[in-house]
Design a protein around this ligand. Structure first.
Ligand code: 6PG
Length: 249
């Protein structure tokens, strides 16, 4: 394993957030359709936060939605804030309003994390669901992730138990910075995927993106560096503002 940043990462720099969303929507569509052609179904893990929203909105549009056989797609979340599903902070609500309510995906294929429940109960239930889904549909074909300014991804925060976890697939995590509970997939299950697609946008992410991609490898402090699928790829779609500090875009 290289001692510099994330290994086997492809980095594509797009002009701006709109171009990033166009490219990301195309990548997601290609991965889902390829998985469905290869094995009849696809499992995609969605990122929360704000960056993915324009991508999800494009995926609901004609140029993409009509290309995807929706009954073959299963949607899972990489993490959720511990709030009700209709809360403005909910990652499920964001993806539902931007994308999933606007495409003919069977409701049974939309597997939300129950943020309204006790975090430990919700994490345990989600892990059981996810293990059943993987047994039936195979490991995730695509995991979409964001990057926090502290190097977190999903809700795997620096120094957290989730960052050090070697067995569990889903854990409750407390985010001190926001004094909120989250439920998150751990790198253990994320690293079973065939493809990770990080979406990173904005000048405020330039410093952390440089540390993650070009700095020393310290995955406990920079959990995004723990994302290294043994049998898959890690690709980064970043806009020019976020890539400003990179030596080797
Ligand atoms: C969340 C996300 C989190 C996010 C990063 C980046 O629940 O907030 O899963 O990991 O991807 O914090 O967030 P932005 O896209 O809002 O910058």
């Amino acid at each position: 394993m290289s001692n510099e940043g994330v290994v086997r990462a492809g980095v594509e720099v797009l002009a701006d957030v709109e171009a990033l969303a166009d490219a990301a929507a195309e990548r997601v569509t290609q991965h889902l359709t390829a998985a469905i052609q290869a094995r009849g179904q696809a499992v995609v893990v969605l990122a929360g936060g704000s960056t993915p929203r324009p991508t999800y909105e494009r995926l609901a549009g004609e140029g993409f939605s009509s290309r995807i056989p929706w009954p073959c797609v299963h949607v899972v979340w990489g993490d959720e804030r511990c709030v009700p599903p209709d809360d403005a902070e909910s990652n499920y609500r964001m993806a539902r309003t931007a994308w999933l309510d606007r495409v003919p995906i069977p409701p049974a294929n939309v597997h939300r994390i129950h943020g309204e429940d006790d975090p430990a109960v919700a994490a345990s239930a989600y892990e059981a669901m996810l293990r059943d889904l993987v047994r039936a549909a195979g490991p995730p074909d695509l995991v979409v992730l964001g990057l926090g300014e502290d190097g977190h991804t999903a809700s795997v925060f620096p120094g957290s138990a989730a960052a050090r976890e070697r067995t569990r697939w889903v854990m409750p995590e407390y985010q001190g910075a926001t004094a909120t509970w989250r439920v998150t997939l751990t790198p253990v299950v994320i690293n079973t995927t065939a493809e990770v697609l990080f979406l990173v946008s904005g000048a405020h992410k330039a410093e952390i993106l440089k540390r993650v991609l070009e700095g020393p490898r310290r995955p406990d402090d920079l959990p995004a560096q723990a994302i290294a699928p043994s049998g898959g790829r890690v690709d980064w779609l970043v806009d020019r503002a976020a890539a400003a500090g990179l030596e080797r875009p």
